[in-house]
Structures are given as C-alpha cells and as structure tokens.
Design a protein around this ligand. Structure first.
Ligand code: URA
Length: 321
C-alpha cells in the first residue's frame, strides 16, 4: 500500500513538536505553522514512541549484549572531565570541611549503606563521604544541609539549592548533571525543557516522577549552565553519594557524561559507557544520554530508548521487585 507522504510528514512533525523542537524550520515555516498548513490534529502524544521515536523494529540492528562491569574502586580520575569542560569560574582551592546545620546534625546515627572509600575528583580529594554527609541520615537532612552549603562558590551565584526530589522510598533513581535556569529559579530538579522530556521518558517506561527520585551531581547551578568544575563535583558529590546510600536503589539511571563519569569513576566517553550494565557499589547503573542532549541530537533518541528499557527491565527483575 503506498505510504501517504503527508501522513508521514505529519507524524514526523508531531514527534518533533512533542520533543519541544519548535525551531525545526521548512522554507521559513516553524513546526507549528507547518502543522497548521497540513492540518494536523492537536493533543499530546503520551507514549515513548512519541517522545523518543519509533521502537526499534526486528530489522533494526540489535544492541550489543549488555556487559557486566566491575564496581568502581579507588580514586575518581575525572581530571579529564574538567579538562574537557568549558572554562569554569575559578572555584575555591579546596572545599571547606562540611559542617552540617543544627537540624541536620541532630539526625540519628549514621546510616551509610555503601562503605565509600576516600575518593578524589579531578585530583581534588573528597575525604570519604562520612566526614561530610555521613551524619545526614535522611533525604530531608541532606536537603537542609544542601540548602545552607557553602562548600564551593556556586551557592553565591545560585538563587536556590536543588537537592533533588521524589519518592523517599524510590528504588529507581535518576541522576543528572546540575540545575539549569528553571531549576535554579524553583529549587526543583529537571523541570525545564529537558525535565519535560525526562518526565515523558519515565512515563513511557510506566514510571511517574512521584515514583522515582531525581537529583543531580551538583546541587547548585553553575553560572550560565557551564560544565561543572572538578572542585565543584568533589565538594558536592558526598551529598549525592549519601542520597544513594539512603535510597538503596534497585537501579540508577545516569543521565549524561558528568553523572556517569562521576559515579563510575571513569573518564570514558558516554558513547562507550552506554549499552552496558555497570555497577555502583553493587547497584546496577545504566548510562544514557542527557535529555538536553537528546533535544539537540534526535539521532540519540533510539539508543536512549533502548537504555531506559534496559533500566526498566533491571528494575523489574531486581531482587525485592
Ligand atoms: N539538567 C540537569 O542535569 N539537571 C537538571 O535538574 C536540569 C537540567
């Protein structure tokens, strides 16, 4: 049966629109204008195919078999993460020792689940998590500590801290890079354009935002959305590690290079890290492209779709599921 080119075009444009790509232009027409011209129906497509493009068909090249990767150990050699980063504002030479606020300090005995060794990020030593965040035994206590944190200079340029949010009993945790402008303005993670896409991706694997916990490597916004500096990651990562220790997730979805490289203590590029099952202190960790990168590179939507499906399968099949 011949394929109606207008239907194909309509479907394609609706997908692009759903992804928020309003700047797709054809002969000077925006997506919206073109949809009006060809008479597309309104409404929001709610499934993953709309968010990420069609599911891989039988004919499509199969993904490589997921490989189990050894847990991280020793230092986090992310000097190259910072080297590859856009120039950052000069951060403090060494993170100040962490002093939890009174409310946080009053939390009960330490509840660190993972026995974190001393780690270093880009050559900046994090003297284990316990001296910094090990006494913060609840997610609320971490949020309170993050709210008054001055361990790196980012607090002075940010409007709000963005500690993370979600279900305190979540077993599916998404880790992004750092708050953007909308997150900075509201104190909530992933609520801008990239956040809308993350919400759709989660919905497509039958998870609501309220079912999961969403947080970032950095809890304050880097000015102008520049890449995180190694010192900032070193200063902030105890909070993330302690969040993960408290949550004890069944699966971690690392969104983008900084989350993946920080948690896996590697400098490998994201293209090498995705498509495998890694381990973070025994917890399966799946790496996928950052939603903001997906908005810029539609070709990555299909691999991202495979990544999140894999994360969902692991989640479903984990002990205790
Ligand atoms: N990008 C991130 O990495 N995190 C957010 O919270 C928002 C955008």
């Amino acid at each position: 049966m011949p394929v109606d080119a207008r239907d194909r075009l309509r479907q394609y444009l609706l997908q692009r629109k759903e992804m928020g790509e309003q700047d797709l232009v054809l002969d000077g027409l925006s997506v919206e204008d073109l949809l009006k011209v060809i008479g597309a129906p309104g409404g929001r497509a709610a499934n993953l195919e709309a968010a990420l493009g069609p599911r891989p068909t039988k004919q499509s090249k199969p993904s490589p078999r997921p490989e189990i990767i050894a847990p991280p150990s020793g230092a986090i050699p992310v000097a190259k993460i910072a080297a590859a980063a856009k120039p950052a504002a000069k951060p403090a030479a060494k993170p100040a020792p962490f002093a939890p606020p009174a409310a946080a300090a009053s939390a009960a005995a330490a509840n660190v689940v993972f026995d974190f060794p001393p780690i270093s990020v880009g050559g900046v030593l994090v003297d284990g998590v316990a001296p910094y965040a090990g006494g913060l035994t609840t997610l609320d206590a971490i949020a309170a500590a993050v709210g008054v944190c001055t361990r790196c200079p980012l607090h002075s340029t940010a409007t709000n801290a963005v500690p993370g949010e979600g279900n305190p009993d979540a077993k599916f945790v998404c880790v992004g890079e750092a708050p953007g402008a909308t997150e900075d303005a509201t104190g909530r993670p992933f609520i801008g354009r990239a956040g809308d896409l993350l919400t759709k991706i989660l919905e497509a694997i039958k998870l609501k935002r309220e079912d999961v916990f969403i947080c970032n490597v950095l809890k304050h916004r880097p000015p102008g959305n520049r890449n995180p500096a190694a010192e900032e990651i070193a200063a902030c990562s105890p909070y993330l590690l302690q969040q993960l220790a408290i949550l004890r997730p069944r699966v971690i979805l690392a969104l983008g290079t900084f989350a993946a490289q920080t948690l896996l203590q590697t400098t490998q590029p994201i293209g090498k890290l995705r498509g495998q099952i890694h381990r973070f202190y025994g917890v399966p960790l799946i790496v996928t492209y950052h939603p903001a990168a997906l908005l810029r590179n539609p070709n990555w939507k299909r691999p991202a779709w495979e990544d999140v499906q894999l994360a969902r399968r692991i989640f479903d099949n984990a002990p205790g599921a």
